[in-house]
Ligand binder design. Sequence first.
Ligand code: SF4
Ligand code: SF4
Length: 337
Amino acid sequence: MSSLDITHHERERDPANRAWDDHNPPSLDLIRDCVHCGFCLPTCPSYKVFEDEMDSPRGRILLMRIGHEEGAQISPEMVTHFDRCLGCMACVTACPSGVQYDRLIESTRPQLERQVDRSFTTRAVRRGIFELFTHPGRLRALAPLMALEGRLGLLDRLANLALVQRSPRLRVMLSLAPDVPARAAVRRLPAVTKARGPARGRVAFMQGCVQRVWFSDVNAATVRVLAAEGWEVHTKAQPRCCGALIMHSGVEDEALALARETIAAYEGYDTIVANVAGCGSAMKEYGDLLETDEARRFSASVRDVTELAAELGARAERTPHAPQTALALSASSSVSG
Ligand code: SF4
Ligand code: SF4
């Protein structure tokens, strides 16, 4: 039996019997922006790996258009090609025609989520990922175990088990697990970090869910950079997650609930700084997703830390680093050194 059973929700389906239901299908106007030039193909990792046109941005856009045709159905092959998209958005910046593939894939994924019954295992794995990775408290609870594992090499032994060897998905997940120190369980950023020198203003810093626990050194360095650049940095415990992971998997209702929580948590701040590309891009999409003035204002106030640095120019003293000069390292050394 196929791991994908396609079900069609007649109540919501387009009367012309198209594949997409009538709730926010991939926009035909955006689909028509693609002139099929193929400039995006060399930038697409899934196309490089699978060498199949339908695993390229151009191919997926074609599938989105086919889904609008009368009598079209969502086939298991279509689902596989959409699932293989990493959502890296390398194709968006590569496209000379300005095709908004990001918006297209984000309206396609909830369609699949609503209409495709995935296998029990797939649903269980996805739910497990959402229930763990979007909850920093649960990740903190795991940190001591992960630190112990790092010492004992349990994951390496686990990866060698026959059961794991037979599951490419599990093997890859285990191979990606980072080294997490035990202090990740308790480490917190200060609620307010004062600017160094005359303040340029205040910003709210978005900590992320996985980032704040597993990559807390990066967050600490980002706060030091912002303070060195003259920002008073406010770091709040809430929101626990911006919803990017869930949104990019097509689980729309949960993602929108987290988006609303995030907007509420940062009320009163003119600038929200992110250092995780996924969080930053998701928060910039809230306006389009929620379609409210409040959400659009919020999205307009989101900046990646590098955008903020480039927009306003550097102020902290730079000290060259060999062999590579990195903004975060440079500024953090000038602060802590
Ligand atoms: S998405 Fe852009 S780069 Fe890719 S084929 Fe279409 S127009 Fe060309
Ligand atoms: S977002 Fe998807 S289609 Fe675009 S480059 Fe990444 S993997 Fe390819």
